[in-house]
Design a protein around this ligand. Structure first.
Ligand code: ADP
Ligand code: MG
Length: 749
């Protein structure tokens, strides 16, 4: 049944140049290539608007040949071919040079007037005319064996693949045909059960691949895509159903509330009343903890919604019941800050075993990868003995060497930084898994939550604590010196009033080409700007203007007259942990009221006096990443300001994203808008490399019904065949999906 044809490396099937180019796109085997679906389809005759091409852009243009002529060049010797192509109104010149005219005849013969083709190259200019020099091109239908075939080819939808300048879309198309043609039904085993194919009238996998790669009509590729989308939803839901089934027999230790314990003591000393949302969610969590069914709850709440205190109350319920709680943060900075703010909220309740500690007080241990040996030994001892009711840390807490006396609850802050694997690693410890609370400020639309975290209960904190002032957001064009000057003056004014200002840059220093390299597991994971899926035909980067860096910005601001006399601090993931802490402390105290930083400060950092943020090269960041960043200000009753400095031009998607951000501070609205704008993106989907992602076509919002149907079918199937013994192909697809490297989803910020 298994055929290894899909695993065959492309190097042995295609030319080295094409195979290497495809490898750069993450496409390495026959299987990868047939799963490299077209991202859209061109209709023959649907021409590219030539008037909208920009100089320097790498483009693929569909156009009709108007003329082509070989000339010899008297002045320079050699020959040139000049062709003119048109979209019906504007024209573009194609130019080829050669030593002798003969070499160019081949092009001349293909580029006959009236024919339509795709032309790829970088837009240049010669004597005021836009042109492509030595473009790579494909003439539609010209390779057909017969006249009939040519007519058919010419009327086919044209698959447009995610491509690169090294491998243009039609070369991918040809390669796909080369590998697809010889594949039989048996070579392409179908994960979808036969019964399901039949009941839904879906084509087989082999057929669907044919339909999406070599469609005769628009209906063809749509039918193929529908089936592939269905497959993605079904495999995903089966994976989730399996996980759930595997967890169903697990029992946790119930941790019911205890009257007059630490939690009640905390409630009576909180400096603010809980919001209604905090109370309601708190009740749900409290009930979950009292049950022997392992809690698995996702708490969503926009930045500043007050999730920490909800987590603390849950943790104290567990401590009151005799257990311990662990709080996992994505970065060292955040872990340290959590420990600090929990100690602040608890006061003497966290001074267990110390002079002045309250009755029944516990301790909070902070355990991170870079602690000194003594501090580490002490923290480990407190965790193992149970002296610390609460242990705060990063991934280091997941290491096997960390022992707990009786771990009853794990709180994971900012879930989108963790893979599900890591979450499960904690949950699967010992015979009684701890209860789990996952918190995120990245609003996850219901359909996504259901799809990705099918087995989680969800709670939402929708209101922000009262008394918070508004955050106003404006765009600042990077090339407008007057606005920039005003921006820095404004920074100075804030500082003069005793407030703090963050300045965010996408890079650490000039050596840092694509964002920082991760040093250790504890390094801040998404410090660089989220790479955006930019269609290289639409956006060309201006290589002459480098991205702002933390180091460069500190230099620049120090010499700016507007900021004379202002102390400027800096922060990024490559600093040693104690330097990070020191930098944060100096910023919080006001010793350095301006902090230039990478996105290390993206999540959770809480300095209420911070009232202004300037984001440099803002278009480099994703919507929700910017929303997270912006959440670092507006954390008190003081009105706050967020300035997005950008080169994004009006009319680009990048600009639209920034405009959306300026228009609202509602995280949920932004999440939906983000989904709309990210045509190519897939919030559901796995790795950013794209090539390996298991979810290519499925879209959380658009395909909600499909996902729900798949969920029903998948759960029924797992009920019947829990280990998928009768569905080996599906079992393998599920195993592939559960592959941990694919679980970095929701990491796109
Ligand atoms: P997030 O949900 O982003 O993690 P935090 O838990 O850090 O938010 O809370 C943000 C700030 O709001 C903190 O300073 C916290 O002490 C404060 N806070 C939390 N709950 C309330 C409340 N009910 N009323 C007033 N302030 C609150
Ligand atoms: Mg938080």
């Amino acid at each position: 049944m298994t055929s290894d044809r899909l695993r065959e490396p492309l190097k042995s099937v295609l030319g080295a140049r094409t195979a290497n180019g495809l490898a750069k796109l993450g496409v390495e085997t026959v299987g990868d290539l047939v799963r490299h679906y077209p991202r859209r389809y061109g209709a023959p005759g649907e021409m590219t608007n030539i008037g909208q091409l920009h100089l320097g852009e790498h483009v693929t243009v569909m156009a009709q040949v108007r003329s082509a002529q070989v000339r010899s060049m008297r002045s320079r010797g050699g020959a040139m071919l000049e062709a003119i192509v048109t979209d019906g109104s504007e024209t573009l010149q194609l130019t080829f040079f050669a030593k002798r005219a003969g070499v160019l005849r081949m092009h001349e013969d293909k580029l006959r007037a009236g024919r339509t083709g795709l032309f790829t190259g970088t837009v240049g200019e010669y004597r005021g005319r836009r042109q492509l020099t030595h473009p790579d091109y494909l003439i539609v239908g010209v390779d057909a064996d017969s006249e009939d075939q040519a007519v058919l080819e010419a009327s086919r939808p044209i698959p447009m693949y995610p491509a690169s300048s090294a491998v243009p879309t039609w070369r991918i198309g040809r390669s796909v045909r080369t590998v697809l043609d010889p594949l039989t039904e048996d070579d392409v085993p179908d994960p979808l059960p036969a019964a399901l194919l039949e009941s839904r009238g879906l084509p087989s996998l082999r057929e669907a691949l044919q339909l999406v790669h070599v469609p005769d009509t628009t209906d063809d590729w749509k039918r193929g895509q529908d089936r592939l989308r269905c497959e993605e939803a079904f495999v995903l839901q089966t994976a989730l159903a399996r996980k759930r089934a595997a967890h169903q027999h697990l029992r946790s230790v119930p941790r019911p509330e205890v009257a007059d314990g630490l939690r009640d003591a905390l409630d009576s000393q909180l400096p603010f009343p809980l919001t209604d949302g905090q109370v309601t969610v708190g009740r749900d969590i409290s009930a979950d903890l009292a049950s022997s069914k392992p809690m698995l709850r996702l708490l969503q709440g926009d930045v500043g919604a007050g999730k920490t205190v909800v987590a603390l109350r849950a943790m104290l319920q567990v401590v009151d019941a005799g257990g311990q709680a662990a709080l996992l943060a994505p970065t060292e900075v955040l872990a340290a800050q959590h420990a600090r703010s929990l100690r602040n909220l608890m006061g003497s309740l966290a001074d267990g075993g110390m002079l002045g500690g309250a009755d029944g007080a516990t301790r909070i241990a902070l355990l991170t990868g870079s602690l000194g040996a003594t501090a580490k030994r002490q923290a480990l001892a407190e965790a193992a003995s149970g002296a610390a009711g609460i242990v705060v840390g990063t991934h280091a807490l997941l290491s096997e060497t960390v022992q707990f006396a009786d771990l009853g609850l794990v709180v994971v802050d900012e879930q989108h930084r963790f893979g599900v694997e890591q979450r499960d690693a904690l949950r699967d410890r010992g015979e009684h898994p701890p209860h789990t609370l996952v918190m995120t400020a990245t609003p996850i639309p219901r359909t996504v939550a259901m799809t990705v975290f099918g087995d989680l209960e969800t709670s939402t904190l929708s209101e922000r604590p009262a008394g918070r002032a508004e955050i106003t957001t404006h765009l600042v064009p990077a090339d407008n010196e007057a606005w920039l000057t005003r921006t820095w003056q404004r920074v100075k004014e804030e500082v003069a009033q005793g407030r703090r200002v963050y300045v965010v840059a996408p890079r650490i220093d000039d050596n840092d080409a694509d964002g920082p390299i991760e040093g250790s597991v504890d390094s801040d994971q998404s410090e660089s700007a989220t790479p955006l899926d930019i269609d290289d035909a639409l956006v060309a980067e201006d290589p002459k203007v480098p991205l702002a860096s933390v180091a460069g910005t500190v230099d620049e601001l120090t010499s700016r007259p507007e900021l004379a006399g202002v102390s400027i601090g800096l922060m990024h993931g490559r600093l040693a942990p104690e330097d990070k802490d020191a930098a944060m402390a100096r910023f919080a105290s006001g010793a350095t009221p301006v902090l230039v930083s990478t996105t290390v400060i993206e999540v959770g950092v809480d300095v209420p006096e911070a009232t202004m943020m300037v984001v440099l090269d803002a278009e480099r960041f994703g919507i929700s990443q910017l929303h997270q960043l912006r959440g670092r200000v507006g954390r008190s009753s003081l009105p706050s300001l967020c300035l997005l400095v950008t080169r994004a031009q009006e009319g680009t998607v990048a600009r639209e994203r920034l405009d959306a951000l300026a228009a609202t501070t509602d995280g949920f609205e932004l999440a939906e808008r983000d989904l709309e704008l990210r045509r190519e993106g897939d919030v559901l989907g796995a790795s950013q490399s794209g090539g390996k992602s298991s979810l290519r076509l499925l879209r959380a919002i658009k395909d909600a019904t499909l996902i729900e149907d798949a969920r029903r079918d998948a759960y029924a199937l797992i009920e019947e065949d829990p280990l998928l013994e009768h569905h080996p192909v599906l079992a393998r697809a599920v195993a592939d999906w559960l592959d941990p490297q694919r679980e970095a989803f929701l990491d796109r910020g």
